[in-house]
Design a protein around this ligand. Structure first.
Ligand SMILES: NC(=O)c1ccc[n+]([C@@H]2O[C@H](COP(=O)([O-])OP(=O)(O)OC[C@H]3O[C@@H](n4cnc5c(N)ncnc54)[C@H](OP(=O)(O)O)[C@@H]3O)[C@@H](O)[C@H]2O)c1
Length: 457
């Protein structure tokens, strides 16, 4: 099968890229990553730099060096910005908060965005473990989406201006206080949309929309299986299903999330942890499903295919089964890889089913297609038909906790990162009073301890 075939499977891609980053896109990725490494190096080593500055230049005479130093104008304040950097593959601690120096300047066709909120995606968890093919090798700044305000525009940018509130979709590098991106990767935020909502929209809703409508051709009275139904894509897919009349949504999620997803539009919530979801679907729909969305991979792709009615469509778009803990689990990767779904064209024809593969990260060269989808989504948002659900917000310094929340399966909706520093919460009056009460006690304890000491000896 060719890569662009409808039934190309992303599991292949994940696993192959786990072993080695090769293929057509490698040089471009490496180039971008090199740029980032350059930038990080200069800012990561302030100590080394200042050492060099303090050393006398070898070729210049000492006297002229002193003269230059005397003439030197007072140093301008250096522009700095906070950036999250993946320093290596592994656990939560591999994502570090760094302060970079030097204001990025937008090139031709680019804009500079002051970032207000960023989206955390499942792919960022996989990227941290070295399981996501579209993230260049570390050190690299992850982040595929953000929202913010345009602070500068490069030449040849005609449809964006300083002060525009925008949401941004870009392959990586968005977890920063300021970013430069191609103007075409930004979309004007509608009135009333918060920065958190805007950062929650691009990846989840574009993915859900393209799967359900571009591939799935969802129509009234159809039935859809949505796995990870309480997650970012899951909630987006459920809301989009209900833009079509009388669609039945089967949604798998942990039991504690069922009330939330039922309220959000899932017709039949299924606790996949304690029940066999295939049996549960068959009990309600003996004939099966019209559309099955598969973000899990491995044996779940087979199950999804088998659950389809004649003329049903399977859309495979992830390999979450590869992720079992904080660090890469080679056994889980191998198991997902080994159990991946494959079918030959003749069997597919006899089954009267369709198998599609979707990967937003491989649609970089289709900006018009993406723009059209975002425009439709913003229209639906304006009509009140979709609304991103924000699970929680975390400051950059809390990125490990934010990732943990998603990875330990606690989120309902989107996890958002905020570039602005976490403010120290002012102590409540009651706490202050308590502390004052405690102080004399502590003094007494100290005295008692001193008296006790000789006894101990
Ligand atoms: N192909 C594409 O272009 C594309 C784009 C976006 C997302 N995706 C895929 O879509 C899926 C959802 O992504 P998302 O960003 O919206 O994340 P998400 O659904 O918010 O992910 C977290 C939730 O997934 C569930 N889950 C299932 N298996 C898990 C596992 N092995 N580890 C941790 N949590 C697991 C957990 O909830 P419950 O246990 O309660 O279900 C958890 O709370 C992922 O597979 C992702 O790779 C693909």
């Amino acid at each position: 099968m060719r890569e662009n075939d409808c039934n190309s499977n992303p599991v292949f891609y994940y696993a192959i890229r786990t072993i080695t980053m090769s293929g057509e896109d490698a040089p471009a990725q490496q180039q971008k990553a090199e740029d980032q490494k350059q930038e990080t190096k200069t800012t990561e080593q302030p100590k080394a730099e200042s050492k060099q500055e303090s050393q006398p230049a070898t070729e210049a005479p000492a006297a002229s060096a002193t003269a230059t130093a005397a003439e030197k104008p007072p140093e301008e304040e250096v522009f700095t910005y906070r950036s999250l950097v993946l320093s290596g593959h592994g656990g939560y601690d591999k994502v570090k908060l760094q302060v970079k120096k030097g204001k990025p300047t937008p090139k031709n066709g680019e804009v500079l965005v002051r970032v207000k909120a960023c989206g955390l995606n499942f792919a960022d968890l996989m990227g941290r473990q070295g399981l996501y093919d579209r993230l260049p090798s570390p050190p690299v700044t992850p982040g595929m989406e953000c929202s913010g305000v345009i602070e500068a525009v490069g030449e040849e940018v005609t449809d964006r201006k300083v002060g525009d509130r925008v949401l941004v979709l870009h392959r990586f590098g968005m977890w920063q206080e300021v970013v430069t991106v191609i103007a075409g990767h930004t979309f004007l935020m509608p009135e009333g949309m918060s920065f958190e909502e805007a950062a929650a929209l691009p990846v989840n809703y574009v993915t859900a929309y393209m799967m359900l409508f571009e591939f799935g051709n969802l129509r009234p009275n159809q039935s859809v299986l949505v796995h990870m139904a309480a997650g970012g894509v899951g909630i987006a897919a459920t809301q989009l299903c209900h833009t079509v009349k009388d669609v039945t949504v089967f949604g798998t999620a942990s039991a504690s999330k069922h009330e939330a997803i039922s309220q959000g539009g899932v017709t039949h919530p299924i606790d996949y942890r304690t029940r066999d979801y295939v049996e549960e679907v068959r009990k309600i729909n003996p004939k099966g499903l019209d559309i099955a969305l598969d973000p899990l991979g491995g044996s779940d792709t087979h199950k999804a295919f088998n659950l389809l009615k004649p003329m049903g469509k399977l859309i495979t778009y992830g390999a979450a089964n590869m992720l079992t803990g904080q660090r890469k689990n080679l056994l889980a990767v191998a198991k997902t890889w080994y159990n991946q779904f494959s079918i030959n064209a003749l069997s597919l024809m006899h089954a009267n089913k369709s198998v599609c593969g979707y990967h937003l990260g491989h649609l970089d060269d289709e900006p018009e297609l993406i723009s059209q989808v975002v425009a439709k989504l913003l229209e639906l948002y304006g009509q009140g038909k979709i609304k991103p659900r924000v699970d929680s917000t975390w400051h950059f310094e809390q990125v490990g906790d934010a990732m943990r929340r998603m990875q330990e399966r606690n989120n309902i909706g989107k996890v958002i990162l905020l570039p602005e520093p976490k403010k120290e919460e002012p102590k409540k009056e009651e706490d202050k009073k308590e502390e004052k009460k405690e102080e004399p006690k502590k003094e007494e304890n100290k005295k008692e301890e001193k008296q006790e000491e000789p006894k101990k000896e």
